[in-house]
Design a protein around this ligand. Sequence first.
Ligand code: PEP
Length: 248
Amino acid sequence: MTRRLLVAGNWKMNGLMSDGREFIDKIKKISSDVDILICPPATLIDFMVKVTKGSKLSIGGQDCHFEKSGAYTGDISASMLKDLGASHVIVGHSERRANYKEINKVVRAKATMVNIIGLVAIICLGETEAERDNGKMLTVIETQFLESLPEIATSDNTIIAYEPVWAIGTGRTPSVTEVAEAHRKIRELAEKKLGLNVAKRLRIIYGGSVNQSNARELFAIEDVDGGLVGGASLKAENFSSIIEAGTF
Ligand code: PEP
């Protein structure tokens, strides 16, 4: 079973119109078999969808509300992201889990709404440093996976991003063996929950300090189907090198 690699950039709260245009002009020139997704701030989605039209780049959201619409000042719904042309939505990023106290139940509700309206949910999960030091990595992964996954999840509407919290934005990454162990665990859990065929197709990407130097090694690990890239996705040169690292 060959799963297409996905390299996804999460710009977080970075980027203005001028950054978007320059970035896209450079990335559009890359020829690669890897699927490429950029999740800019919501303010840039409309613009980036328009400037990437006709290219193989997809544009996604970084978060959404779990309701379709309603009295939620300042929030954005999955339907609104779809309306702008987004294809994917990141849910359960550790920054949302930590800063906005988003528990698994909320992450599942958001992912479910993303699926209901026909977009792909990228569900983030991963242990903190304390959990890792206490030998709880696999248990945390299991709980987050089982409690965050929507009932309607399939390998077409869901991607799992394994993102150890301690590796995000720190320049530190787990060893190849540790990443392999985490991803294998997620695939085993997926098999139990969704069946062998879906589990074989499900894309499980790695996130946490992916950069131009480590991407090739990380993407070569069995059960790693690409990366979710934060800091290194902000500069077109760095992001291009990471995309190229996925072309074996
Ligand atoms: C992220 O925020 O999803 C992420 C992986 O960030 P970074 O690549 O900067 O560690």
